[in-house]
Design a protein around this ligand. Sequence first.
Ligand code: F7E
Length: 360
Amino acid sequence: MFGAKKTALITGIAGQDGGYLAEFLIRKGYKVHGLVRWDSYMDPADGLKRLEALGLTDAALTLHQGDVTDAQAVTALIKAIKPDEIYNLAALSHVAVSFKTPAVTMEINTKGTLAILEAIRILDMEKSVRMYQASSSEMFGSAPAPQDENTPFQPCSPYGVAKLAAYWLVKTYRDAYGIHASNGILFNHESPARGEDFVTRKITKAVAAIEGGSREVLTLGNLESMRDWGHARDYVEGMWLMLRQEKADDYVLATGQAHSVREFVERAFAQIGTTVVWSGQGVEETGRDKRTGRLLVSIDPALFRPKEVNHLLGNARKAQDALNWLPKYYFDDLVADMVNADRALLWREAGGDSVWKMTG
Ligand code: F7E
């Protein structure tokens, strides 16, 4: 805890990480401000639902309507609230969507980061503010696994390219102007608050719905991709730890274990007592209930990406040594938490009393 209350600004506060980070910082005694895009703000029932689910209301934090790409407004906001720490989490974060809207992706993920760095420079806040930049393992792209801070980047999506440009802007501004700005190169991190278009949540939501009888089949794309999946709760703590260091630096956060999308499906169904057996090849492949033969999983070629990142597996040794950071959740705990939370959600939506509690 600190003498005077510290102030933090979180861009992208309405997203998965934004909610968990806000909750974490408030518990640490921070005054938290969040930048929220107009569409989240206009439809709070949808856009701010994660904050509400964590019990974070107007009383706990201050939300500002705006957009990270609006450089003048970002500068004015930083000037007004004088944050001690800025966490730049605002992004177009869906890799498949970035192939459809590459220019918008560059605008938000690269120029949004530049707007913050420039604001710090223009306002002469180089020595008074610390910045966290949400960099991504997607920047490694097709680089062979395992990946760490010294692995050469080979991004293969507009998302990865945009994040890599932002990563280099952060390093450049750190070296050129002495800004305390750190890149967190985070491998995939999930939770019950994950957006429903990401593969983990899509799977856990479908598994709960299939169990509850409101859904027939789960349709997926590439089952073979390997990902290093951790829990978002662990990763927001790592963000904060990076800003505690005397010198700004770049750190990988990962669990050090990779699993395929196929394994995630199997583990999620196992959570409801169902064993999946696979048959067929490629887009003809299906997953069925071993006991009943019922169709559970099918493949849709439209869900494959123009270019795929096949194998992400992080080595977080540097963060372990320098930040004393270690994840608490690994694969099985993560899948269990997400499936159980989606079961609980279904129960609540159906008006039942849930036996499952949201832990994530
Ligand atoms: O895909 C495959 C898909 O969309 C994971 C973001 O947080 O992590 C995330 O990016 C894998 C891919 O995450 C479906 O092809 C199969 O190989 O859950 P995802 P992502 O692309 O790894 C990085 C670190 C970030 O920084 C990003 O912001 O799953 N997959 N079938 C599918 N993926 C989706 N979304 N939907 C499917 O039906």
